[in-house]
Design a protein. Structure first.
Length: 307
């Protein structure tokens, strides 16, 4: 079986004798290429995976072209649903740039899928440019029946285009590993104010309403305690909702593109445990400070990681 990126190296931890992760262990921060790190973790170990990858990184050294995914031996990759190879070829013919990006992302999504527990959920955070290709690709990887939601995170800041509708949203695609057993707790989610509170009872207005699949939420405020200084930091409020709905206290939450550690911060505040992976020394330093963790280093990190 041929998987793009599979030959990128085996995991050799700083402490080879000890397992990298234990179900009863502490929160984990790994300084590594996430493909190497995820391959070092056992099957079905986490409840929730949130991925916020950089787009169009311009890095060719970590990508594989469609050559390997055209290999008929690699057609199914153990997933339910339609042929991965066929879908990736179709995607590549639509858009070479996405095909290249997919060559980077696909092996990481395959690992994320392997690491999910049977009742677990994956959130893939993308911008409007690649979300539609990714939907098709994830349908092929997980199976269409595993698609749960397309979340729109809408914000409003910065300059606005005059030649088209200003693009002020990100898309988060949500897939469950098993549509029959996945876990989702809507009651646990932070509520939001009604748009027209005068139309509901005062009790309802005071309680707030359940968020829908469109989340109006500010970006990380440019000043204030939440800001870490990491350029692509996502708001804690967005990650809180994800963690609240799709994991329970004590569960393990994985973020392979951890950045400033927002997922781990939300997980800790909500009594979950976290595995954060990033290959950027800057990101790792921010997470160490933010969460009081000491990173474990695996393999060679890439110095000029794009964000
Ligand atoms: C968009 S940022 C994530 C931001 C994060 N969600 C937050 O709230 O701060 C993407 C991160 O992925 C990391 N990254 C990119 N490629 C990676 C790889 N192959 N392995 C590990 N980390 C990677 C970058 O260093 C960057 O920190």
């Amino acid at each position: 079986m041929s998987i793009p990126g599979q030959s990128e190296g085996a995991a050799h931890g700083a402490h080879d004798a000890e397992p990298l992760w234990r179900p009863d262990g502490p929160d984990l921060l790994i300084h590594a290429d996430n493909l190497v790190a995820m391959r070092a973790l056992p099957d079905a170990s986490v409840q929730l995976v949130y991925l916020d990858p950089p787009f169009n990184t311009g890095r060719t050294q970590h990508r594989r072209t469609t050559r390997s995914v055209r290999d008929p031996e690699g057609a199914h990759l153990g997933f339910t649903g339609t042929s991965y190879t066929r879908t990736v070829e179709a995607l590549s013919s639509y858009d070479d740039a996405f095909g290249d990006y997919w060559g980077f992302l696909a092996p990481r999504l395959i690992e994320a899928h392997r690491l999910l527990r049977d009742d677990g959920t994956l959130y893939l955070h993308l911008d409007w440019r690649e979300a539609h290709y990714a939907k098709v690709a994830l349908d092929a990887l997980f199976g269409r029946e595993c698609f749960l939601n397309e979340l729109i995170w809408a914000y409003d800041y910065g300059a606005k285009a005059r030649s088209r509708w200003p693009t002020k949203h990100d898309t988060i695609l949500v897939y469950v590993k098993n549509p029959a057993t996945y876990s989702f707790d809507s009651e646990a989610v932070d509520r939001e104010p009604y748009m027209a509170p005068g139309l509901v009872t005062p009790e309802k207005a005071a309680r707030g309403k359940l968020p829908t699949d469109v989340w109006w939420h500010t970006i990380v405020p440019t000043s204030g305690a939440e800001k870490t200084g990491y350029p692509t930091q996502k708001p804690l409020g967005v990650l809180r909702r994800i963690v609240q709905a799709s994991s329970r206290e004590g569960d393990w939450v994985l973020d392979p593109f951890a950045g400033s550690g927002t997922t781990a911060a939300a997980a800790r505040a909500l009594g979950r445990r976290s595995i954060s992976i990033d290959e950027s020394p800057d990101a790792v330093a921010v997470i160490e400070r933010r969460l009081g963790l000491v990173a474990q280093r695996l393999g060679a990190a890439h110095p000029e990681t794009p964000r």
